[in-house]
Design a protein around this ligand. Structure first.
Ligand code: ZN
Length: 599
């Protein structure tokens, strides 16, 4: 999506945009020093901990850990898509959104959406002529009205029913192939992917058809078959039933995540219109983001058997980075062998909703599951429980929710919360060392910590990149954090006026993007504690960090150069570098040696 809108336009837009103006019209801000404050629009609070920094063009909440740019705020707060948020900011600034020549995949995807819409129509029309399929749906207690609302259809038992209808020419075949509706034969030609199946079309949040799930009629393997990954259908993102839920309900106080299409449709048949299903995958962070855009409460529903409990725990682990004050996740376990569809048919809506009301809160499930694995009556057991809770707590964003959950776990093991919280992360350890009066940059710090600090500095102040010489050892380091740092420096140097928001937005579509936002959030937390930085001091601190990373890496770099010298020889530049490394090491042997081995 981002590829459609030229990068330079996004940069310019974020340079012109005033985040204070964007947020103030939605959550009134009060000036406090260099920043602005408000009661957080993302969680309930009485004293404002939601902070907007005009300098960084970034907001962050000390309470719930929410953070982001003006663009991110519009997406989270107004539930806009990326493109919608760009368009909103552009119109606030009186700008027209340009589109990149030649790229235009959105236009070319239009015909793919269109072919899936035609396929859904075709399957729906086929349903009328196939008594066995209708009998199956009636047997599951569905009325024609619900079948129409969910556009349920039928794929006939034929190798070329859909192909014959929509793949008459080469272009039609290409579209069916691109959307995964037909499979290419070894000897050339195609055949229908879905045969003799009741068809459940999957729509995106805008109601466009993006794929299908099919359940075989009668016996046959596999029982359930989904569309493969296509330009429109991404497995870790799609949610079956979310569009239909939003059509049926104005307000959605909670969403129930179930396993299958039939569960979603069966629940809807009984008036429970807020069921959604992930499509054959565990719940991902992408799913959770979509769910929380629609509702503040998400209830996961699982079978009570071993597989169901394992899936529930996986869902909990995946949800940790998304947990914050104001978001409510619960777990509902059904009796062994029952699914939501069978249960709601057997006991009706009221009884089933009573089960949902009694679902286990996130914190309770976490504590219960960890306690069940140890002997909580012994000191060793409680210590083991605390030990296994630590990494989980560490994955929750810093803020009120993490503190509350830490308290809950500490209560369960009979430990002081501070003792548990104090060892949550390297970062908090660093802060404690600093508070005890030692220099914050201690020798014991690992390389990754230094890189994280440098990245945090740079994100908060992109202009620091200007005039930095990246040491060759850093430039060629294979470590992920180093590569990100090097790329950020290059981005800052290539576009000198770049502000924090514009720099961050370049990473939105990449897996590291979320992590970078968190690093910045942490960095702003620390800055809040340490006032009075001069710009020169900041520049010097960043330079020192880069030099330190370079010298930490140099023994490694020296080894690489020595090996290369023995192997294929060195260029004159590399020879010079090796000599410089050698001199540097003999001047400061203790420091360089210690840090390399301590990392
Ligand atoms: Zn908040």
């Amino acid at each position: 999506m981002a590829g459609l809108i030229p990068q330079h336009f996004i940069d310019e837009l974020l340079t012109r945009t005033d985040i204070v103006e964007v947020i103030n019209s939605r959550a009134p801000l009060k000036k406090a020093g260099h920043e602005y404050k408000a009661c957080c629009p993302f969680h309930d609070e009485k004293t404002p901990s939601f902070t907007v920094s005009p300098g960084k063009q970034f907001y962050h909440c000390f309470g719930c850990g929410a953070h982001g740019t003006a663009l991110g705020f519009l997406m989270e707060h107004d539930h806009m898509s990326f493109v919608e948020a760009i368009e909103e900011l552009a119109s606030m600034n009186g700008l027209e959104v340009p589109r990149e020549e030649g790229a235009a995949p959105a236009r070319s995807n239009d015909d793919l959406y269109q072919v899936l819409g035609a396929a859904a129509d075709f399957y729906q029309s086929q349903l009328k002529d196939h008594a066995a399929a209708i009998a199956y749906l009636k047997g599951r207690g569905l009325t024609g009205q619900i079948a129409v609302e969910f556009c349920i259809g039928f794929a006939p038992d034929s190798w070329d029913a859909l192909l014959g209808k929509l793949g008459k020419d080469e272009d039609g075949q290409r579209r069916l192939h691109l959307t995964g509706m037909v499979i290419e034969r070894d000897g050339g030609g195609f055949y229908d992917r879905f045969r003799n199946r009741v068809m459940f079309p999957i729509r995106d949040t805008r109601g466009r058809f993006i794929g299908f799930g099919g359940r075989v009629l009668g016996e046959g393997e596999p029982k359930y078959l989904n569309s493969p990954e296509t330009p429109l259908f991404k497995k870790g993102e799609g949610l079956y039933g979310l569009y239909e839920a939003r059509q049926a309900l104005r307000d959605i106080p909670r969403l129930l995540v179930v396993e299958g299409y039939m569960d979603v449709v069966g629940l809807a048949q009984h008036g429970i219109r807020y069921g959604v299903a992930t499509l054959g995958t565990a719940t991902t962070v992408q799913h959770l983001k979509q769910l929380f855009r629609v509702s503040n409460q998400v209830v996961f529903c699982f079978d009570g058997d071993r597989a169901g409990r394992a899936a529930a725990w996986r869902a909990l682990e995946n949800a940790l980075p998304e947990m914050r004050e104001g978001r409510d996740i619960r777990f509902l376990f059904l009796p062994d062998g029952e699914d939501p569809d069978s249960l709601v048919r057997a006991e009706g809506r009221a009884a089933f909703e009573k089960r949902i009301d009694g679902a286990m809160p996130f914190s309770e499930y976490l504590v219960k599951n960890l306690s069940d694995q140890v002997d909580m009556d012994s000191v060793e057991g409680r210590a083991a429980m605390a030990e296994s809770a630590r990494p989980l707590l560490g994955r929750i964003p810093t803020g009120v929710y993490r503190e509350m959950l830490t308290q809950t776990v500490a209560d369960a093991v009979g430990m002081a919360p501070a003792a548990l919280a104090g060892v949550l992360s390297e970062e908090s350890q660093r802060v404690r060392t600093a508070r005890q009066g030692r220099t914050p940059v201690s020798r014991a710090e690992g390389r990754s910590t230094l890189a994280r600090r440098a990245i945090g500095h740079l994100l908060a102040n992109p202009h620091l990149a200007v005039g930095i010489d990246v040491p060759p050892a850093l430039a060629e380091s294979a470590q992920k954090g180093h590569q990100i740092l090097v790329e950020l420096i290059a981005q800052g140097q290539a576009t000198p006026g770049l502000n924090t928001a514009a720099l961050l937005e370049r990473w939105r579509e990449r897996p590291e993007g979320e992590h970078l936002q968190k690093l910045l959030h942490q960095r702003l937390d620390q800055l809040g504690q340490r006032k009075g930085f001069s710009p020169e001091g900041l520049k010097q601190e960043f330079k020192d960090l880069i030099t330190r990373i370079g010298s930490q890496l140099s023994p490694e770099r020296e080894r690489i150069l020595l090996a290369k010298m023995a192997d294929e020889g060195l260029s004159s530049e590399e020879k010079e570098e090796l000599r410089a490394l050698h001199v540097a090491r003999s001047e400061a042997p203790a420091e360089a040696g210690n840090e390399a081995s301590g990392a």
